[in-house]
Write a protein that binds this ligand. Structure first.
Ligand SMILES: [Zn+2]
Ligand SMILES: [Zn+2]
Length: 145
């Protein structure tokens, strides 16, 4: 996968994905992805789904089957967890920060069961075309093989 440089000891999400960080409660894990709660939640439920492989950002994903199916799988896992844990939420949202707006340089899908808490937190997840936040469905269209 382009941009993949392997697990790095300094990467907080690699540490979680390889389970060397035991403080994090893992909500889901399989051979491709790991899911856990955002350390600083912005919504009623706010989960992150990350690939086990160290892929820095959405810019490292390409229009090819392998990358598309990874992101689809991340989205499926996020939806499954939110439907399980927040079945009565009126709105769900799934997406990525595009660099340089991303906080951690290990690809992570933000999964929200809204409302945002506190309400002004939505500001962190605004879309500005090629900048800011991109909805997962929109990004999947972009990398559709
Ligand atoms: Zn990493
Ligand atoms: Zn982020």
């Amino acid at each position: 996968m382009a941009g993949a440089i392997g697990a790095t000891a300094s990467c907080v999400f690699c540490n979680i994905a390889t389970k060397s960080n035991s403080n994090t409660t893992i909500l889901h894990s399989d051979d491709k992805v790991v899911a856990f709660q955002d350390i600083n939640p912005s919504a009623f439920r706010h989960y992150l789904v990350v690939p086990v492989e160290h892929i820095p950002t959405v810019k490292d994903l390409q229009r090819k089957t392998e990358d598309h199916s990874l992101v689809s799988h991340m989205l499926d896992v996020g939806k499954m967890l939110l439907l399980r844990d927040a079945p009565h939420s009126k709105q769900y949202r799934f997406g990525f920060h595009q660099p340089p707006m991303n906080s951690v340089n290990h690809l992570h899908l933000h999964c929200f069961a809204l409302p945002y808490t506190p309400r002004w937190r939505y500001i962190k997840y605004l879309s500005f075309g090629p900048l800011g936040f991109i909805e997962a469905e929109k990004f999947l269209e972009k990398i559709k093989p």
